[in-house]
Design a protein around this ligand. Structure first.
Ligand code: ZN
Length: 133
């Protein structure tokens, strides 16, 4: 029992939690299940691997990712078009740049939304009482 900000005692499990059910088939499931034993649907996120091998591969990928992006940008013909003195070619380059910028903004936006959802579901699965915040 720990006192909360109101000086009252809060229990780790203040109200008896209703039995967790599968969102698809509504059969009761245990909180530690990753998949529903009845219908096989995913009910909880599996923990990510923290093994040395997984760490090495994600760190290597992180190091290589910007290099791959840089190589693609260098091969991207939009730069040549945008630098051209010919108005028609330059217009094509400017349209190509605009598409790249819009696409980049959309990718960043969707990555942001997806990250927020992942954080939210991680918090939910921790079954924390955030009512005090
Ligand atoms: Zn199910």
């Amino acid at each position: 029992m720990e006192p909360n900000y109101n000086g009252q005692n809060i229990e780790s499990n203040p109200t008896p939690q209703p039995q967790e059910t599968c969102p698809v088939c509504h059969q009761p499931i245990l909180p530690q299940y990753y998949y529903c034993p009845n219908c096989g649907n995913k009910v909880h996120r599996e923990p990510l691997s923290t093994s040395v091998k997984s760490q090495i591969s994600i760190y290597l990928f992180s190091a290589i990712l910007p290099v791959i992006g840089f190589l693609f940008v260098k091969r991207w013909p939009g730069i040549k078009y945008a630098k051209s003195k010919d108005p028609k070619e330059r217009q094509i380059g400017q349209i190509a740049w605009t598409i790249v910028i819009i696409s980049t903004i959309l990718v960043i936006y969707f990555a942001y939304v997806a990250t927020n959802r992942a954080v939210q579901s991680a918090l939910n699965s921790m079954n924390m009482d955030l009512g005090a915040f």
